[in-house]
Design a protein around this ligand. Sequence first.
Ligand code: HEM
Length: 460
Amino acid sequence: MTTVTSSPTNPKLPNIHKTPALIQVIQAMFDQFGLLEKSQKKYGDIFYTRKSSLLPPFVIFSDPKAIEKLFTADPNLFEVGEQTSVPIRILLGSNSLVVLNGLEHKRQRQLLMPPFHGERMKKYGQTIIDITENVINQWQVGQSICIRDYTQEISLRVILKAIFGLDEGKQYNELQENLVSLLEIFNSPLKSLFLFLPPLQKDLGFLTPWREFLRQKQTIKDLLNTEINCRKNNPNTFGEDILSLMISARDENGQSMSNEEIQDELMTILFAGHETTANSLAWSMYWIHYIPEIGQKLIAEFNSLNGKTSQKDYNSITKLPYLSAVISETLRLNPVVVFINRQLKQPFELMGYTFEAGTSLLPSIYLTHQRPDIYPQPKVFKPERFLEKQFSPYEYLPFGGGNRRCLGYAFALFEMKLVLATILSQVKLELLDNHPLKSTRRGITFSPAGGVRMKVKALR
Ligand code: HEM
């Protein structure tokens, strides 16, 4: 790895990126991973970009010791910056957990956490298997499919069930359709640009992505609002779902959440809880078929359990070591979120440099997962590395870390295992995209380019 030398103009700062922030943002739309690799090669293990009208100063790094320092520091030293969170505020709303700070953040996390962990999460096991089987039943032998469309359908239906306690009916079909259309607006890097560049956030007449985005978002908000009011007026419909939880929640002053707050939180769970899982599942399906021995080993592992997948105890499926290793390796090599972002509220020392308040600290998930000192031959898909060694949370961080670690990480892993086990034990597929695939931007997440085309060979 390149040796770090400090900036000649300020010995307290690391190497300074010569490319202006705006150009970096545009480059990152089209080739985020290439830009990161080239920058690291040129500037070393930690590099800094000066403040601009678009972004605060930011520093990118991948050293596990620096990541450990960040994740174990007092969370009150950091906040979610106004400028860097613009895309999230636009997409999810300003009351989203992802942009809340301090006590408000802690309180919302405590409220939303339980359904995604432990026994409450396990209650969704059968639902996940049923929804996956229902989706598989749409396939016919000989049919060509884009696997990401189906992993998205599965993960969206699963999260709708967790939120509303239901995954069918007119209201849910409408929500599902509109959410997919909203996310389709960002299905190319070019269209994703307007999320990141405020000058493009203007209504320039029909057909402009911004107008289309606002229209779609309003439709979804109206649908959510109707559902919230409907539940509020019928307390007998309350269950263990997330919407019921939010409607019943009261703060220490007895104050309930406003409809606007509930809408933004629902958008957060809907979006964060399905797009990421859908992309990661599509990547797993790609690798399992691109390297056929991996698929064979998985089938052998499933066969070691008795009975059809749907009748098996899903606790056993989630404990299968090779299946877990395949998923871990997918999330290492193809992270769907590239950075973690913590903005400093006061000066902070990291790797021998001092960063001023206002600086965004961006540990790069991608660059950390590509370090040859932690992962020899980092570009090779090799699940065995997770069977041979346990990595620290500062070396392996697909779900971030510290007090903002992904709220749904346990749920995502649980869901991925059950979906993969169900598909692989019941359908034989052939990979049509049998060549190296690039990761491409879809708004704020990354997904396999083209969505992974496959052919249905046989139903087992
Ligand atoms: C493979 C799937 C997923 C990946 C790779 C992923 C990744 C991430 C990452 C990297 C973060 C930022 C963490 C940080 O700043 O330290 C995050 C935050 C978050 N994720 Fe996930 N996620 C996934 C699935 C889910 C699911 C299923 C949910 C459903 C509840 C979810 C809900 C959230 C929420 C609410 C946050 C914000 C947490 C906070 O700011 O306190 N994610 N996720």
